[in-house]
Design a protein around this ligand. Sequence first.
Ligand SMILES: [Zn+2]
Ligand SMILES: [Zn+2]
Length: 344
Amino acid sequence: MMRTQISDVLMPDGAREQIAAIMRSRLRKAGLRGPYAEADCDLGKRMAKLTGKGEGAYLWGEPGTGKTYAAACAVRMAVLDGTSAKLVTTSRLLDDIRSEYDGGERGALRRAERYRLLALDDLGAERPTEWAIATLTRLIDTRVAEGLPTIVTSNYRIGQIRDIWGGHGGQARRIAPRRCVQAHRGQGAGQEARMIVSASQLRGVPKDRAELYGKPHVGARYVGNRYELTAERCGICGRQATNCHHIVPRRCGDFALVTPRGTWRLRSPLIALCGSGTTGCHDGFHGGARYRPEWVWDEPEFEEAWWDGTLLCEHEPHDPALYAYGHWAITDAKTGRTIEITEG
Ligand SMILES: [Zn+2]
Ligand SMILES: [Zn+2]
């Protein structure tokens, strides 16, 4: 794709108008009209950053949370950047592709496979016929194979799409990229969250914190109500470990994960550290809160499997085997660096 760079310095008015008209026409061809041709929001910019790196995004949330607007913003930024991009409603694209078979306009599928950025809007609103599901999954597969990012927006999370797609539900997994973003109403940019966990399951515990419980220890373990180090080295800096820290603050206690497959009383994971509560790396988890630990799932499906009890039916809490599904990401507020712990 040829990039066009236009400098408007010393440009006669007529030329500037002409260029504006060309840009409007490009935006229209990219599926951006009305307010979408000027879409500009933080969530959209974040998606543009992701897709710029070749990553896809699955953006879901209730109607009216600005998903289409955010997708339009990402597409608009790609167009301004001189890239081929398209925002299209999923059902509309399917109609266009189907009409080719009836001798209508040709090439809709081929074009959809080749846009540098494709935003499929409102997945789940189309009729979930076998043909529609096969066409959509083949389209995404082709784009993934070519390294081309796709943004998918939907009123449904992937687990629900799986239900809607019934017997072909297994295919839904292929639609979802690693990055699932939930759009929230009235929170402006839309907060990033991987999935909704029901309030009754969380019982007032913030999702971020609840997600920490039961995950692998780092260099330590419980022995009854006490704990001991299993590693000699600090999980952060590698110096001599002297004690261990509760990743979930002790005052928060345990967390009962109630699922259709069983109930588990989950404890805080432990991490071996140097220093004490007021010195060394251990201090970094207290007072100044320099280190912020987060458990990151590798796939949205793994996260769902944890919250519905499937993973815990196979693995004990704190099992290092859980690293097959996710990892620790410990953000260092001082350096901006993230320390990833990916194996036990
Ligand atoms: Zn240390
Ligand atoms: Zn501590």
